[in-house]
Design a protein around this ligand. Structure first.
Ligand SMILES: Cc1cc2nc3c(=O)[nH]c(=O)nc-3n(C[C@H](O)[C@H](O)[C@H](O)COP(=O)(O)OP(=O)(O)OC[C@H]3O[C@@H](n4cnc5c(N)ncnc54)[C@H](O)[C@@H]3O)c2cc1C
Length: 332
């Protein structure tokens, strides 16, 4: 198969449907494919009922592998199938999301292919025909530009929610090309035992429209119950700074920031969070930021649309009380 210099993105499936990161990746890939005048391809391993939606969000073509062995994500079979496909089609760029799946697949795949991988990119562009990958380095204090001009494909991951999907265009159509891998590639040494979702208030933070996030200023695990209550009233989810997670006040899955998750809520309520650069790296995509902090000089106020100088331990109970009163008023 002659190289077509395609730009690839790796779609992900949850519960038989495409996961939203599949569309976010097409948003990244579309501008690269346009700059290179190359086809944009979404690679789908497993069955999803909504494959044609990939065209509506920017894909020109879909490579689809349907096999019962791919029903559940197993890293070794996924890597073997992708390696086979990369060797056959020779894409010039391959982008995945830095989800748990992407972070498991891509490092094994790039090592087996003997190419390069830049993880957690925050910017991608084309320079002199090659992929310019930008990512924070040295604890987020510098932005590093990385290129791998001598190897193909140029591989990278981008943070989930680091770009919004393109507007849906129902008129866009494309071609779904089936691919049948070798039986040996589908074999796995792993056995899928089951999936247990985490118990939490609201949606996973990366999907939440409202996030009530707490930091070290919350003073203890007990006070995180205030954040749970407020998030429940606002129909949101609870986030946390790394300090709060390190102290065991919140689960690692709720960490916002450079070594946590990137979030793009409509409202981000930062409670007792100083606003370190590594925290801001994860929440700079929030539409509106409201911060409560006792220190008027805290850096979080530099990015806040609305700042309240005061103690969360006094302000949050009052806010919760007022919201409860006003919701009673509304239901009367
Ligand atoms: C490589 C690297 C990666 C990192 N990744 C992340 C990351 O992903 N996410 C992240 O968050 N951090 C990350 N960090 C850590 C980051 O540098 C900060 O240490 C951390 O964000 C600080 O958390 P904090 O704001 O909760 O705590 P602090 O910085 O200690 O701030 C606590 C704030 O609470 C305020 N406060 C105190 N009492 C009250 C009160 N009663 N009411 C209201 N406010 C009060 C204080 O004025 C202060 O501003 C990373 C660091 C490194 C080096």
């Amino acid at each position: 198969m002659a190289a077509q210099n395609e730009v690839w993105t790796l779609a992900e499936i949850r519960d038989g449907k495409l996961h939203s990161v599949s569309y976010e990746l097409l948003s990244w890939g579309r501008s690269l494919a346009d700059s290179l005048k190359a086809p944009l391809v979404s690679v789908v391993l497993g069955d999803a009922s909504d494959l044609p939606s990939l065209f509506e969000y920017g894909a020109d073509k879909v490579y689809h592998v349907s096999a019962p062995e791919l029903k559940h994500y197993l890293v070794d079979s996924q890597v073997s199938v992708l390696k086979e496909m990369v060797e056959k089609y020779e894409p010039q760029i391959f982008i995945s999301s830095a989800t748990t799946q992407g972070r498991s697949t891509m490092p094994v795949l790039y090592a087996k292919l003997g190419v390069g991988l830049t993880a957690d990119c925050t910017g991608l562009s084309i320079q002199d025909g090659s992929l310019l990958q930008t990512r924070p380095a040295i604890g987020g204090n510098v932005m590093a530009d990385i290129m791998t001009p001598l190897r193909r494909p140029q591989m990278c991951t981008v943070r989930p929610k680091s770009k919004r999907p393109l507007p849906r265009d129902a008129r866009r159509k494309g071609e779904i090309v089936g691919y049948t891998p070798q039986k040996s590639s589908l074999a796995s040494l792993l056995t899928f035992l089951g999936f247990e979702p985490e118990s939490r208030v609201g949606l996973p933070i990366q999907d939440a429209e409202v996030i009530v996030a707490g930091g070290k200023g919350m003073k203890g695990t007990k006070n995180f119950a205030l954040l749970d209550e407020l998030a429940g009233l606002l129909g949101g989810s609870v986030g946390a700074s790394r300090s709060a997670v390190d102290l065991g006040w919140a689960p690692a899955s709720s960490q916002v920031g450079l070594s946590g998750k990137s979030v793009t809520p409509r409202l981000y309520l930062a409670c007792g969070i100083s606003g370190a650069v590594q925290h801001l790296a994860g929440m700079s995509g929030a539409e509106t930021v409201l911060a409560i902090n006792t220190d008027a000089e805290a850096p979080i106020f530099g990015v806040a649309d609305l700042g309240v100088v005061g103690s969360v331990l006094e302000i949050l109970p009052r806010l919760i009380g007022d919201l409860k009163k006003s919701s009673k008023g509304v239901s009367k």
